[in-house]
Design a binder for this molecule. Structure first.
Ligand code: AMO
Length: 437
């Protein structure tokens, strides 16, 4: 394996090979400094001009553009005068492994570079350390949440993304040609994660793609995003589901704070705040009342029983003012506004929730309706017929009470780092007008 910049101090006074991007070339009178870069940092390579043996190396480097990649054989030397990590590489051989042309923009200064240009050349945009950090933080958060679930006996599953019928609501589904007929791209792993419980696995989760044919150009909608979804059996109520989500997010944010907290503050100006249990909870009706009294805001008629973007923003304000929290669970949505698979109690009260963080919904969750008769009735009420028949079968042959939730991972990362848009957050954004690269 290649030696990384952050491991070079283990090789002081040794001959090694090092590979990386040419980040900068500083050609001075007596010496050429070449800054090399890999995913872990930067290191200086120093070529003395007075040394005859260096002539071919200088020749190579003089003709090379920055962002080319090279493989250097040389000695790692400790040198306090070198600001970059106190060491340098003194090369004896340089091999050019790839030649770069002039870049379409300076990735070190993205101010004023159009977001579409940045997305067109995402692999160059990513070379900005800020953008590599986005990926690293997301990876750290995902790993910590995965670890938490493995520790708690969850099994990671992989469900199909090509499906025969819509999994959430019909209007937002992508239809794709499938031989002589049609298939659909999964809008959620909802039905299949529940099927796994009917299959006897008590606790499952999946981190995978979710497709939504939503023609909306907001800062938080993508047509393809990554869902972090889980489902677990033998719960008593959706309180158990919220409690698990609290633990999961605390585990994820603790790891991110430990590993990247300082860096995030330095680069993004955002403090990673690890919340404490329990997160505040409010019923939708009480929330509306507080909005009216505190902010003079009334939810528009068409959104009654639900939230909208403005209400989510105000929820953050309220969560901070009233509970000194960045998070808030909202419960008691109108059953008419929620999916048919959410359980309702005897009075018809919905046993589900949304979680709002920093002004944006990051999760929907619920206790699920696992009783075949009730579930069939709920589906019928929503006008769902043939499409969900296969799903209803999962509940006919014994299925434990259960619940779960789905987190939008891209939104989580966006909010964690205080990014202004999901376009900037996603590794490769997918939206109504963007399918490339
Ligand atoms: P829901 O539809 O609320 O619930 O989606 C779960 C979470 O996914 C994120 N999300 C999105 N992120 C980016 N772009 C979008 N277009 C988009 N749409 C949703 C949000 C949201 O909270 N099956 C249920 C989950 C469950 O109950 O387990 C579901 O899909 O963060």
């Amino acid at each position: 394996m290649k030696i990384n910049v952050n491991e070079l101090d283990k090789y002081i006074d040794q001959e090694i090979t090092f590979s990386g991007f040419v980040d900068a070339i500083r050609d001075k009178k007596w010496v050429m400094f070449v800054i090399l870069r890999d995913a872990t940092g930067k290191v200086q390579m120093t070529i003395e001009k007075s040394e005859e043996a260096n002539a071919p190396l200088l020749e190579i480097m003089s003709n090379l553009k920055v962002e080319s990649t090279i493989k250097v054989t040389g000695k790692v030397v400790a040198n306090e005068a070198v600001k970059l990590g106190g060491l340098e590489i003194i090369p004896s051989n340089i091999e050019v492994t790839s030649i770069a042309e002039d870049l379409p923009f300076d990735f070190n200064n993205l101010d004023g570079v159009n977001i579409d240009t940045r997305m067109d050349y995402k692999w160059i945009d990513m070379r900005n350390p800020r953008n590599t950090l986005i990926r690293q933080v997301e990876s750290c958060m995902t790993k910590a949440m995965r670890d938490y679930l493995y520790l708690n006996n969850f099994t990671e599953i992989h469900t199909p993304k090509l499906i025969g019928a819509a999994s959430e609501s019909g209007s937002e589904v992508f239809e794709v040609k499938y031989f002589d007929g049609s298939a659909y791209l999964a809008q959620s792993d909802q039905f299949y994660k529940q099927m796994a419980l009917a299959g006897g696995l008590d606790r499952v989760f999946e981190v995978g793609p979710v497709f939504r044919a939503e023609n909306s150009n907001t800062n938080r909608h993508a047509t393809e995003f990554t869902g972090f979804d889980l489902e677990f059996a033998y719960i008593d109520s959706y309180e158990d589901v919220m409690s698990l989500e609290e633990d999961l997010l605390i585990a994820g944010l603790t790891a991110v704070k430990e590993q990247y907290g300082d860096k995030i503050l330095e680069v993004f100006g955002k403090e990673v705040i690890v919340p404490t249990k329990p997160f505040p909870r409010m019923k939708l009706k009480d929330l509306y009342e507080e909005f009216h009294e505190r902010y003079g805001f009334d939810i528009p008629k068409e959104d009654i029983g639900d939230m909208n973007a403005e209400a989510e923003k105000l929820t953050y304000k309220l969560a901070q003012e009233k509970f000194n929290s960045e998070f808030m669970f909202i419960t008691d949505y109108a059953a008419t506004k929620r999916p048919f698979y959410h359980m309702r109690d005897e009075e018809g009260k919905l046993q589900g929730y949304d979680l709002i963080w920093r002004g944006t919904e990051i999760t929907s969750g619920a206790q699920r309706e696992h009783r075949y008769e009730e579930l069939s009735k709920n589906a019928k009420e929503k006008g769902l017929g043939k499409d969900v028949e296969f799903y209803l079968q999962f509940f006919k042959y014994g299925c434990p009470p259960h619940g779960g939730f789905g987190i939008g991972l891209d939104r989580l990362t966006m909010l964690l780092l205080g990014l202004s848009s999901i376009k900037e957050t996603q590794f490769l954004f997918r939206g109504p007008n963007r399918l490339n690269p």
